[in-house]
Design a binder for this molecule. Structure first.
Ligand code: NAD
Ligand code: FE2
Length: 381
């Protein structure tokens, strides 16, 4: 991709292939002299991570890395990360990875200077004002997947290691000061992660677009976000080295996250309990539950989805859009049922209760209740 641009919306974004070389400069721009690079266990030994550390070291910023980060990171990962941050005398975090590394990096920067428990900052009302904002360390975000959009978000998702419930932790200053979107970093993703993360980006835009809240800015971004996924996800799945399409997927991921300030919905509400109980991949789980949720929401979103279909070059209104989702899933090898991800029927009761209190449930255009949520799980497992 030949495009190389600087954006300042919603934060400072350096977008373009090869721009990881600007990592040290980005850290300095964010006011860091001793950054801690936070990533997950899988990424830590890979060459892209080694190169990022080389860049920091060569610029005199040290070579510190913390990688005790699980997929769906938890409070134990956070406690170990905070300890590493304090012990190393760090003054900022390079959050490097997919949603797991990005979120845990952001949470370490947020929590390292706080005295309260992380759960006191769940995304409820004005709980974030409980934090001492002067103690939040700056963050440079470097996404290596194209899905969660956490690189442009103000929240981190953390799993409670005792209850297995995922909580959204929010503070406006968790928005990274600088983000580097370098599509070359995403080329080495395993195919299932390319597909899963891409479908997560699509789910963010689709759910934001479908939610009934009034937010025209998000509405516009969500529409173009969906179109970019439609045009580019099949390309990157077929040809991992297609940098043009990889770049568009990075944009779509960031756009989905900007858009979902409007709200998410039943796809995420059903998917979060599954991820928490079975440790499935977040985006892949979303992709499995997407068609039943579209059918469920149809009475509320039919006209709106028909408009989206027309914009995306899909004929046949809502039905055409629904068929497009089904064929995209089968082209990408997404399974039809949650049972293919190891989910079993004996935990439906538990999942229903978790889905109903999930913060994303309230954004769904059709009210979720015990009966219809159970029916959705029953038809999807
Ligand atoms: N903060 C938010 O707004 C937000 C939104 C959605 C999801 N999430 C969270 O994000 C997490 C999921 O993130 P994800 O889907 O990006 O997956 P991930 O970060 O868990 O990564 C998945 C796997 O891919 C590997 N990987 C990542 N990039 C790679 C690369 N370039 N090359 C090779 N391997 C690579 C990782 O090592 C890991 O094993 C979940 O915990 C979810 O709750 C956060
Ligand atoms: Fe998501």
């Amino acid at each position: 991709m030949s495009v190389s641009v600087n954006w300042s919306y919603p934060t400072s974004i350096r977008f373009g292939a090869g721009r990881i070389t600007e990592l040290a400069d980005a850290c300095k721009a964010a006011g860091m002299e001793r950054p801690l690079l936070v990533t997950d266990r899988g990424l830590a030994p890979l060459p892209i991570t080694g190169k990022a550390l080389d860049i920091l070291e060569e610029a005199g910023l040290g070579r510190a890395v913390f990688s005790e980060v699980d997929p769906n990171p938890n409070d134990k990962n956070l406690a170990a990360g905070i300890a590493a941050f304090r012990a190393g005398g760090h003054d900022g975090v390079v959050a490097f990875g997919g949603g797991s590394g990005l979120d845990l990096g952001k949470l370490i920067a947020f929590m390292a200077g706080q005295t309260r428990l992380v759960w006191d900052f769940e995304d409820i009302g004005d709980w974030w004002t409980r934090a001492d904002a002067t103690k939040i360390a700056p963050i440079v975000a470097v996404p290596t997947t194209a899905g969660t959009g956490s690189e442009v978000g103000r929240a981190g998702v953390l799993t409670n290691s005792e209850t297995h419930v995922k909580k959204i932790i929010f503070h406006p200053k968790m928005l990274p000061a600088v983000t580097i979107c370098d599509p070359e970093l995403t080329v080495g993703m395993p195919k299932a992660i390319t597909v899963g993360t891409g479908m997560d980006a699509f789910a963010h835009s689709l759910e934001a677009y479908s939610s009934s809240f009034y937010h025209p800015m998000s509405q516009g971004i969500a529409l173009e976000g969906m179109r970019l996924v439609k045009e580019n996800l099949p390309k990157v799945a077929a040809d991992p080295g297609d940098l043009d399409a990889r770049g568009h997927m990075m944009s779509a991921a960031a756009m989905g996250a900007v858009a979902f300030q409007k709200g998410l919905g039943a796809i995420h509400a059903l998917s979060h309990p599954v991820g928490a109980l079975y440790n499935t991949h977040h985006g892949m789980t979303n992709a499995v539950v997407m068609p039943p949720v579209l059918r469920f929401n149809r009475p509320a979103i039919e006209a709106r989805i028909a408009k989206a279909a027309a914009y995306m070059g899909i004929s046949g209104g809502f039905d055409g859009f629904y068929d497009f989702v089904l064929s995209l899933r089968s082209e990408l090898g997404v399974p039809d049922k949650l049972s293919a991800l190891g989910v079993e029927r004996d935990r439906i009761d538990e999942m229903v209760e978790m889905a109903l209190v999930d913060p994303t449930a309230g954004g769904n255009p059709v009210l979720m209740d015990r009966k219809n949520t159970r029916a959705l799980y029953e038809e999807t497992i």
